[in-house]
Design a protein around this ligand. Sequence first.
Ligand code: MOS
Length: 746
Amino acid sequence: MSMKNDYFGKPINRVDGYAKVTGEAKYAAEFNAPNLLYGYIINSTITKGEIKTIRTEKATALAGVVKVFTYKNRKNTAWLDLKYADMDAPPGIPFKPLHDKKIRYNSQPIGLVVAESFELARYAATLVEIDYDTEDHHTDLMANLDAARKPKKGLASFFKPGPPKPKGNADEVFESSAFKASGKFIHGMEHHNPMEMFSSTVMYEEGGKLTIYDKTQGAVNSQLYVANVFGKSFKNVRVISPYVGGAFGSALRPQHQLFLAVMASLDLKRSVRVSMNRHQMFSFGHRPYTVQDTHFGADRAGKIQSLNHTAIGETSRFEDYSETVVNWANMIYPSANVSLDYKLVPLDVASPMDMRAPGGVTGLHAIECTIDELAFAAKIDPIEFRMINYSDHDDSSGKPYSSKDLKECFRQGSESFGWHKRNPEPRSMKRDGKLVGWGMAVGLWDANHLPARAECLLRADGKLIVSSATADIGTGTYTVMAQIAADGMGMSIDNVEFQLGDTKMPFAPIQGGSFTAASVGMAVKAACLGLQGKLLKQAKKLKPEMFKGTTTDDVEFANDSIRIKGTTDQVLSLSAIVAATGQKEIKSRNTGFPRVLKQRKYVRCAHSAVFVEVEVDEDFGLVKVTRMLNVVAAGKIINPKTARSQILGGMVWGISKALREETIMDHRFGRIMNSSLAEYHIPVNADINKLEVIFVEENDTIVNDLQIKGIGEIGIVGVAPAIANAIFHATGKRINNLPITLDQLM
Ligand code: MOS
């Protein structure tokens, strides 16, 4: 069987770019139905307690208000907690909107006003009068650390393993180490703020058949949730999500607006849309507030002897959301003495949720800042220190990496950045009256491959339609899958269309964990090979003399044709084959299976080395990231243009995490104080200067046949510690709490 390489590795423009910039691309809140109703969510204003009274008369008295839903009149939904679960649910009982009068966290949805217009629903919501019985709440992680306990295990633990068992005696060896570094690292809570806010438009058909346009990273996941919770058969719930205006974790789980829109639609037998506003985007999941402690020790030669890393994160009272925060240090740095611990404190908050490289971003910050400090204590250059402690093995499992070209990242990165010009002394570099600092850090993220399905359908007009129920959250799925399919069939990419985001399409897992390119890519490849087999069979019928006795090894697919290998005249165009069958199309649905037996002998990760230059104005405590270079080793890169954009996005978000982003809660009220883009700081153009990306290509046939590791998350991982290390180099100050704000610097 043949796979060409005309498009793989080429910087193809985004195939969905035109639709996106012209507004042709439609998002969940932009699909319209006749007589559409609009829902507006009412959120709790207290943090813990019960609804005492809820009076809806004034709201329902308005002409055009159809109904106000509360826990009192919500129709029966599934009573089994299990049914509320979704593919990304942590252990516990998912939050059930309007389930009872209990208030479990501030801003939880407690009502839905449904009206003929959005504005009317929003106004009517202000007329709903609610009295509460309040109870004492606890939302402050730092004030409740004594409640820390081990996380419960569940299905999600497969992707989020707990820390490995301790080795040797980390504490004792740390104490006697020649060089020591330790730190306490506090990360604030962060909320997702994608451009597109959460919306669901539910189209109601006679008999209760639903077509749902939902903002989701997994149409199948939303379908599963709705079917289970509302007791509907899968064939009566179709979820469509062709475009997603950013997500990176927030749309892995179905959000409240989906539940509420479906509930209202089924009750009223009408089509309903529910959209969140920006403020309501803070009424569900977040990157958890986390506190970490590190104690790392090295011998005289700079060899690490001891690694001790503990983390405590927050979770809700109803689910044990956990992250892999502390597992990474010993995966990067071999050490005979290792002690890792991860605990949770349940609080009266919404369940935290995945946000780009969950856990890795947090853990690597503490690890890479401590390594920088340890190198400084040993008076060894930070890159040299990492080379002294370099390994091709993951020391925590003892398994080799399927590939790891971090060394080459260091080499190309230091050369391109000019690292040799760095004066190791803090406060030694200056420019225009400002302190200049150069720092670096390592990033690490899993390269996973999950089973997924795809369909290849070739039409008589020569167009290839490839589909899979995956998502494109802006990462480039449409484009890279078209590239893989065009190569797979030896076709021009202009004749290939990739479709996604529809439960009618073959199954794909949620788009996340940096596993989509590999998983769906391998499904597309499998479907191409399946279609090739079918086409050869037809070709034999059509031109028996030409293809007699040939197997798939004897033919190749090129120029939108099939031909006998090595010939130019023994050719048959693909469209002619379809046309000759008298059918409209020939199609093949196939599964891309991971090679589990081969993979399990290895640890599979993408690596990066991040280099940062900062300018610090000490008078004002201002930090400017003047340049940053991210050198990424992530197997083969399908599309250097979209891949670069992915990494740039991660770098901008990393700057945000290091210097800007934080959800501030007033713990007296358990209420978020900055739930708007006016007060939730993210970088603006003026904060972003020179950003550069280098890809170090790796050969890796273990991860999958396409050699794809995935790059959705690796781009952000090492950024915050590289910035913090650069700030240390500039100022001599170690600031371990993120974001690094001016008050901490002055
Ligand atoms: Mo990612 S946090 O798995 O969207």
